[in-house]
Design a binder for this molecule. Structure first.
Ligand SMILES: [Zn+2]
Ligand SMILES: [Zn+2]
Length: 246
């Protein structure tokens, strides 16, 4: 499977880089994970948004759903390419918020509630959920590509949570919210680079990518702090348009 980073800033977009949005593809299946600010414009550099097969949302903070409405309008208004027919976009989200109703748009998109305690089979993927520590209900996603057994974990937004260690165990890639520099440990909503690194090291993941990046401060320092806590893991920073083969 292949992960394309569409947006990786935490909270708000800046300098042409949007907030949380990732494209995960396997064979012909195209899944959009979160739809943050600038997601749609970034996505267009990689594919026709109408070719998406599904969307899954971790939570309903604006930096994760800012482009959801215009994505729905795209499905409503844009003509499909020649030879392709109009389809209804399935949008998966949890139902623990009044925002869930936004996912349903008659004739355009279908809102589907995932049951976080159950495994979700979605196209070529098996998805498990972990409730994170965040000011609103939010779920991390452990996504297994059924055909290969490869595992990608998206940590969504979360404060430090020991339950991440078993959840991300042996993952091929852990994409983690490292919004904070060291010195801000045990925050109520996000993790420090060191906390993320510690989880990655304990869980023996193969690769860690830091995301939900801060606008202020040196990202090379953030990277060094994570590396220091995860000496046996390959650690890099998320970057718009970067494509990672998992
Ligand atoms: Zn966020
Ligand atoms: Zn959030």
């Amino acid at each position: 499977m292949e992960l394309t980073i569409l947006g990786c800033m935490g909270g708000y977009p800046t300098k042409d880089v949007g907030t949380t949005a990732y494209l995960l593809t396997s064979e012909d299946f195209k899944l959009l994970i979160d739809a943050g600010s600038n997601a749609l414009l970034s996505l267009e550099h990689h594919l026709d948004p109408l070719d998406l097969d599904a969307v899954i949302l971790t939570h309903y903070h604006a930096d994760h759903i800012a482009d959801l409405g215009v994505l729905q309008y795209t499905f409503q208004l844009k003509e499909p390419a020649v030879g392709k027919s109009k389809k209804i976009l399935p949008i998966y989200g949890h139902a623990e918020s009044e925002f869930f109703r936004l996912l349903e748009m008659p004739g355009v998109s279908e809102g589907i509630a995932y049951a976080p305690e159950e495994m979700l089979e979605l196209g070529p993927f098996r998805i498990h959920f972990l409730k994170t520590i965040h000011p609103v209900p939010c779920y991390a996603l452990r996504i297994e590509e059924i055909a290969t057994g490869k595992v990608f974990v998206f940590g969504a937004d979360s404060a430090y949570l020991p339950a991440f260690v078993p959840f991300v165990k042996d993952a091929d890639l852990f994409l983690a919210d490292a919004n904070l520099f060291n010195g801000n440990e045990r925050h109520h909503a996000h993790m420090t680079a060191g906390e993320v690194g510690t989880i990655a090291e304990e869980a023996a993941v193969k690769q860690l990518i830091l995301t939900h990046l801060p606008q202020k401060g040196e990202l090379s320092v953030l990277l060094d702090q994570a590396k220091e806590s995860a000496p046996s893991v390959s650690v890099t920073l998320a970057e718009k348009d970067r494509i990672i083969t998992i």
